[in-house]
Ligand binder design. Structure first.
Ligand code: GLV
Length: 415
């Protein structure tokens, strides 16, 4: 019907003289494809996500701790950094792949772990893992995921990492990391910035719980976001899939995340306990949440394989420095002793190029793909990965650098 109408408008209503100068885009009948085609960057996807998700759900992903200074600084830091480009260089074939922990990555990108991913789209972690695997991009599964270690492994033969929180119950940590190893995950991403949960004030104001509680506010919000509400009410109940069946920990009753985390996670875990983690798993350990040069050098001295400079997207300590500002001082301090990843504020391929010029081995991104997931499910994630991939290639060509691994350090400077 839509196609007939389109044909009629194009060939009958519009006069020939006008037709010769008018250019109609082919009509896209698939609503998701249409929506995604209009998203030229990650910010566009964020706007679509904001429109489609109930406010509390959007704010859980989009929000950060306290005044959100660090969240903004992460993005602003990338914007402040400028290129010192070169022209007239042969950039016909730019090489964007790189090596991390002995594995070749198609672009210097790893997907960050995100909790509760199914609240953004019923396909949740499975959609993200599939989209990542299709491109060979590593996907990190969160401990607080809403699909289990094994469910994700069943749909993805791509590289996978498992994110670890240290529970008071060490037996549970041991069980989880051993399940991850058995399911083929290649590395453990130990989050070290969450001794207690940061205060996400958007969640506090909304009284947001996980899973989202059906109160009057949610009903009203749900009514104005019918697509989300329809999908949410028809999909499997939200639970912490890795702890399924464990009534006290599986999250099947609504919890304020701070109460849950502060009662379950162990704030006493410290440097001396890393050996314990390494004693229960042979997988390489990456410390995610390093925010200072002394901690980076300590990690190198401990023989850690890699660190991710991260402030949890500004969701933990507000006032922690922009991640991009830490890269060069950290890389200068630790040299080649370990890989240095950078997580926080990545929205464009050019951000990835900037981070690599500062010395990062690769970047990680979480919110960027969540916006895509909320906007268009698996295809939305794929759209984001495509934008980032194309952005890295285009930026390298425009700055006159034929290879991301050989990128010159003085390509970027703070003005
Ligand atoms: C969990 O890690 C969160 O940031 O909400």
């Amino acid at each position: 019907m839509g196609a007939v109408f389109y044909h009629y408008v194009r060939h009958v209503v519009v006069p020939r003289s006008l037709r010769s100068v008018l250019r109609f885009r082919p009509l896209e009948l698939d609503a998701t494809a249409r929506r995604l085609a209009r998203c030229a960057d990650v910010d566009d996807l964020r706007r679509v996500a904001k429109r489609r998700l109930p406010g509390g759900v959007f704010d859980y992903a989009d929000g950060a701790a306290e005044d959100e200074l660090t969240r903004r600084a992460n993005q602003q830091g990338f914007r402040d950094l400028v290129f010192d480009p070169r022209v007239l260089r042969d950039v016909r074939d730019v090489e964007v792949s790189t090596t991390l922990l002995g594995r070749r990555l198609p672009i210097p990108l790893v997907l960050s772990p995100t909790g509760f991913t199914r609240i953004f789209h019923p396909e949740g972690e499975l959609a993200v893992a599939r989209a990542a695997a299709r491109r060979g991009i590593p996907y990190s599964l969160s401990t607080m995921s809403t699909r289990s270690i094994e469910e994700v492994a069943a749909v993805s033969d791509g590289p996978k990492w498992f994110q670890v929180y240290v529970w008071r119950d060490r037996g549970l940590v041991k069980e989880l990391v051993q399940r991850a190893a058995a399911a083929g995950y290649e590395a453990l991403l130990l989050t070290v910035d969450t001794a207690v949960l940061g205060r996400r004030e958007r969640d506090v104001r909304r009284g947001f719980t996980l899973p989202p509680k059906i109160g009057l506010g949610t009903l009203v919000d749900g009514a104005v976001h019918p697509a989300w509400t329809y999908a949410f009410t028809r999909s499997d109940p939200i639970e912490f899939a890795n702890m399924a069946g464990d009534g006290s920990r599986d999250g099947t009753t609504a919890v304020a995340l701070a109460d849950y985390i502060n009662s379950q996670f162990d704030p006493s875990f410290s440097w001396g306990d890393l050996d314990w983690l390494r004693s229960v798993s042979t997988l390489p350990v990456i410390l995610k949440g390093i925010q200072s040069v002394p901690d980076a050098t300590r990690a190198a001295a401990e023989g850690i394989e890699a660190i991710a400079l991260s402030n949890h997207g500004g969701r933990q300590l507000d006032g922690s420095p922009a991640v991009v500002r830490l890269i060069r001082p950290v890389v200068d301090a630790v040299g080649d002793s370990m890989a240095v990843l950078c997580d926080g504020g990545i929205r464009r391929g050019s951000d990835i190029v900037k981070a690599c010029a500062l010395g990062a081995t690769a970047c990680m991104a979480g919110r960027a793909y969540l916006y895509g997931l909320a906007a268009g499910g698996e295809r939305g994630v794929d759209h984001v990965l495509g934008l980032l991939d194309a952005g890295v290639r285009r930026t390298l060509a425009l700055v006159g650098e034929p290879s991301i691994e050989g990128i010159r350090p003085d390509l970027v400077r703070w003005p």
